[in-house]
Design a protein around this ligand. Sequence first.
Ligand code: HEC
Ligand code: HEC
Length: 140
Amino acid sequence: MKKALTLAALLALSACSGQQATVSADPVNVVSLGKSEITEIRAADPAPVYPKRGNSMERTFVHQPPMIPHKANYPITLKRNGCVSCHSPAKAKRMKATEIDASHLLPGDKLDNKYYNCTQCHTPQAENKQELVGNDFSNK
Ligand code: HEC
Ligand code: HEC
């Protein structure tokens, strides 16, 4: 009994001694991402080569959305559609671009918003020496 009391007193004393326990944390093992080993060294991928200006690509099936024969990193955002600035009926002639298909337009040549996201259907195609992704598409 006496022993238990002394222990309790000791515990109480140490609890209000105000001393912080010294925390010795384990060392953190952070490995720099820049240090990851380079295992493969090769030439850079070839830059995409698009058809000469003024050429469109042959379609492989009826009603295929024609492929984009030029780079396609024009912004399509809520406020701005970079494709329309060349392809809208009002601008196409001056920009020497193909006019947007009539199916994409509402009366008054207003773009139907269903067609706003052009690159959802039209994708750019470049003459790449190296295939970027495998493709075994057939129109048969
Ligand atoms: C700076 C003007 C310009 C902009 C911006 C532009 N295009 Fe074009 N686009 C052209 C021209 C000019 C052609 C005709 C082919 C050529 O000269 O490369 C063309 C051709 C195309 C064609 C092929 C039409 C056919 O009948 O084969 C598609 C599809 C197309 N563009 C889609 C797009 C999309 C989608 C965007 C936005 C990501 C876009 N274009 C942005 C100028 C532009
Ligand atoms: C839902 C899919 C879809 C979206 C989105 C779409 N298109 Fe198309 N587009 C098509 C299809 C399909 C055709 C081919 C129509 C046909 O030949 O029946 C086409 C045809 C075209 C053509 C060729 C017209 C011609 O006379 O040869 C141009 C240019 C074009 N689209 C531009 C655009 C632009 C610019 C946008 C964005 C503002 C856009 N398209 C959005 C599906 C789409």
